[in-house]
Design a binder for this molecule. Structure first.
Ligand code: C2E
Ligand code: MG
Ligand code: MG
Ligand code: MG
Length: 271
């Protein structure tokens, strides 16, 4: 790692920095191998209606490494974005999730997370169309989860992409709602089908009065716009009861079901 000094002389960069760069490159190389060899797996977390009916599952990526154990998507998704691997990873996730759902006996929904870089790629609508074709999954059963940032960066472009995706018949969820910067005016202009109330609000229900007020307001806002509302991170019966009383459509969280391998939910999917 050579660096040009101010006067154009060559000097060796900070060795600590070189070590960090080396580690990052090694991690990236491992990640590329993991994507290619199928070591990136999906777990599925169920989403329920108030009456206990399962509506579908969210697919959550896991990296199972023989040496490092299970690596969290919070670690490897950003690394994939930085390392130019997100397109390959995203295509793998989308394909695996749709193939899995297409095999269920019950026509349940499958939600797939998209990172901002995936959403902004010109290839996305074509990829989604191809995967639906390959797997035969009914487009109405696929929900793509995006985050608020993608609507703010380039609203015109985001609108065009969302329209193309909706034209394919897929659903669009706004994930982690309330943590980003989206203006309320975007909500009714973008063709969203689902709002996901961020876990941080659900976690503080019963702790702060604000959390209850915000959660109630988001449910009402969603319904006023004809959008289905999902609460994420439901961990206690008190949280679940509050959400159901307030009319929240769907709930997802450890109380109701943890993210698990698809086989663990065969009783819900019909096998
Ligand atoms: P997310 O989409 O908001 O997913 C919800 C996260 O909350 C998941 O973490 C899930 O395991 C966790 N969770 C669910 N219920 C509960 C609960 O009751 N309590 C608590 N404390 N946590 C709960 P996970 O699987 O670690 O994923 C973290 C984030 O990584 C996801 O947040 C999503 O943004 C991203 N991610 C996961 N899989 C993928 C993927 O395939 N592609 C992309 N682009 N991003 C992904
Ligand atoms: Mg999500
Ligand atoms: Mg979320
Ligand atoms: Mg979240």
């Amino acid at each position: 790692l050579l660096d040009l000094g101010e006067r154009g002389d060559v000097r060796i960069a900070d060795p600590a920095e070189a070590g960090a760069d080396g580690e990052r490159l090694a991690f990236r190389r491992h990640l590329r191998e993991a994507i290619e060899t199928g070591a990136i797996l999906l777990q599925y977390q169920p989403q329920f209606r108030a009456n206990g009916e399962v509506v579908g599952f969210e697919a959550l990526a896991r990296w199972r490494d023989p040496v490092r154990g299970v690596i969290s998507p919070a670690t490897f998704i950003p690394a994939a974005e930085e390392g130019g691997l997100i397109a390959a990873l995203g295509a793998h996730v989308l394909r695996s999730a749709c193939r899995e759902a297409a095999g269920w006996k019950k026509p349940l929904r499958i939600a797939v997370n998209l990172s901002p870089l995936e959403f902004e790629s010109d290839e996305l609508p074509g990829l989604v169309e191809a995967v639906l074709g390959e797997t035969g999954l009914d487009p109405e059963r696929l929900e793509l989860e995006i985050t608020e940032g993608v609507m703010v960066t380039d609203a015109v472009r985001a609108m065009a992409t969302l329209s193309r995706l909706r034209a394919l018949g897929v659903r669009i969820a706004l994930d982690d709602f309330g943590t980003g910067y989206s203006s309320l005016s975007y909500l009714h202009r973008f063709p969203l089908t689902t709002l996901k109330i961020d876990r941080s609000f659900v976690a503080t229900l019963g702790v702060t009065l604000e959390a209850a007020a915000i959660t109630r307001a988001v449910i009402q806002l969603g319904h006023a716009l004809g959008i289905e509302v999902v609460a994420e991170g439901v961990e206690t019966p008190e949280q679940f009861d509050f959400l159901i009383c307030e009319g929240c459509d769907l709930a997802q969280g450890y109380l109701l079901g943890r993210p698990l391998d698809a086989s663990a939910y065969a009783h819900l999917t019909g096998g």
